[in-house]
Design a protein around this ligand. Structure first.
Ligand code: CA
Length: 521
């Protein structure tokens, strides 16, 4: 009897401890088009920039070295995160004719139901109004860098200043004024460093005209790969506009701001025009300009990450808050001569992901496990102790955060891109990615064909080895895996024409139509 009483008291104590343990808060800081090459914690060979605040998260947490996205563009990546589902199931396959159905199940709604206070601040880019949030203040569409109008709970508001600082300010304001009796989930979503990479005025010239090392593939001639890679329209050589190059003013800039802008760009642009560059010299010049501007926008993102981390420290919230830094996809910083994203290739399919969870993540660790933005929603629910619905297609990263890798963790990942031909003429493709290989199937323009990349031998993905006898068994295996994944993920055999965007997959007819508005990516 005494023993039973002891057991009862012990169990009661355990139950009490479990209920008094605080539910963790979640701060999800998310940027747009932030290449892992431009985060110092990822250690790019070019050493492009120091990001001390994002690195703070890495120093106290886990850096994911192979976080792959399901469909490498803005809106689809966001829809995948909210739903934990691929584009073909969440109904948002492209940026040109998709509208997010806010009536469907999303992780913020489930957190809200579980008692979380939820907010989204910054870029949304899903057409419909946000659902599942107690507070939302978003940029309309793509948003602008200077003096961006925003939509606050349905009302348009004027916001003078620089977009990244404004998103930081509104996020901190919300944190300060939140209902402190509830756990919270904040999505702080930066516009930067999206095209056209307009820097904060305080960082113009921050690099003191440093000459950045060029990537080895800046002058890629696309031999060794098929027509899709040769036919794209996203090169620094051909696709870069005057606005991209800061030879034209950005949208929304005020006369006072323009004075500072002109003082920096004016003399440099005059020198550029006088030099009358062409060919490779012009590409090299544009690459340097691109790096200055892109990295200056990242600098402001990093500073605003620091402001949020400082607030969590100051308020004693850091210990009980999971902080996640990620981007909606990767980005080309001159590799293959490109900017933009979309491809299954590494710089675009792979996005930064760094997670800090005090007491759970081992400081300064990294993993090469194949993870995805498909897993984010599931992870947030799992962290909050909310059951993950069976129809979500990803998997909670919680074991990996604890430093464990389950034996049955995914060894292959399915990728599918649709939007074509505008903008950037990247052909629809799908494929399977493993630790070593990428098998890709292209479609559109009446041609369908395969490519295979062996990343162990060809890390820059310069030459398809599809059809080489030495890879015959590998190809058979990968095709089997691809079929299995497509079945498991419920990929329809026939893709509806609207998935490819307003112009369909026809290509030739589409070319005659108006190109998507520049910057509307
Ligand atoms: Ca993006």
């Amino acid at each position: 009897m005494k023993y039973l009483l002891f057991c009862f008291l012990a169990l009661a104590a355990i139950a009490r401890a479990a209920t008094t343990q605080k539910t963790p808060n979640i701060v999800f800081i998310f940027s747009d088009d932030h290449a892992y090459q431009a985060i110092s914690a990822y250690g790019d060979a070019r050493k492009l920039l120091d990001t001390p605040n994002i690195d703070r998260i890495a120093k106290q947490g886990v850096r994911f070295d192979r976080c792959l996205v399901t469909n490498s563009i803005c809106g689809p990546a966001r829809a995948t995160i909210l739903t934990g589902k691929y584009s073909h199931l969440n109904g948002f396959p492209n940026n040109s004719n998709s509208t997010f159905d806010g009536a469907q199940q999303t992780f913020p709604k489930l957190l809200q139901k579980a008692g979380y206070q939820t907010a989204i601040i910054g870029k949304w880019h899903l057409g419909s109004d946000p659902t599942g949030f107690d507070f939302w203040q978003i940029l309309p569409g793509q948003g602008v860098y200077y003096n961006p109008p925003m939509i606050k709970m349905g009302e348009r508001v004027a916001m003078p200043g620089y977009v990244t600082d404004i998103i930081g300010d509104v996020s901190l304001e919300w944190l300060k004024n939140r209902d402190k009796t509830k756990p919270f989930m904040l999505m702080c979503q930066h516009k930067a460093p999206h095209r056209e990479w307009a820097p904060p005025l305080r960082h113009l010239g921050f690099d003191q005209d440093r000459v950045y090392a060029e990537p080895a593939t800046l002058f890629d001639d696309y031999s060794g790969r098929g027509v899709a890679v040769r036919d794209q329209d996203m090169t620094i050589a051909k696709t870069f506009t005057d606005r991209d190059a800061k030879l034209a003013l950005p949208a929304g800039i005020s006369p006072e701001q323009q004075k500072v802008w002109d003082a920096y760009y004016g003399p440099r642009n005059a020198k550029f025009r006088a030099a009358n560059l062409a060919g490779k010299d012009l590409v090299s010049w544009r690459y340097q300009r691109y790096m200055h501007d892109y990295l200056a926008t990242v600098k402001a993102v990093d500073e605003n990450v620091g402001r949020v981390l400082d607030y969590l420290d100051k308020e004693g919230l850091a210990e009980n808050t999971v902080v996640v830094y990620a981007s909606d996809q990767g980005f080309y910083l001159g590799e293959h001569g490109w900017f933009d994203k979309r491809w299954i290739f590494e710089e675009s399919v792979r996005t930064p992901l760094i997670v800090r969870w005090p007491g759970v993540t081992k400081p300064g660790t990294a993993t090469r496990a194949l993870v995805s933005n498909l897993d984010f929603g599931e992870t947030f629910l799992d962290v909050a102790g909310v059951p993950v619905p069976a129809d979500m297609q990803g998997r909670s990263l919680q074991p990996l955060l604890r430093g464990e890798k389950p034996a049955n963790w995914r060894a292959a990942f399915y990728y599918q891109y649709f939007e074509y031909p505008s903008p950037h003429r990247v052909r629809p493709h799908y494929g399977v990615i493993t630790d070593r290989y990428k098998l890709v199937h292209y479609e559109g323009m009446g041609e369908a064909y395969w490519e295979l990349f062996d990343r162990e031998k060809d890390p820059n993905e310069m030459k398809s080895v599809y059809g080489e006898a030495a890879y015959a068994a590998t190809i058979t295996e990968l095709k089997k895996e691809l079929t299995r994944l497509r079945q498991e993920l419920k990929v329809p055999a026939e893709i509806p024409a609207r998935f490819y965007g307003n112009q369909g997959a026809g290509g030739e007819g589409g070319k005659k139509k108006k190109q998507a508005k520049q910057g509307d990516l």
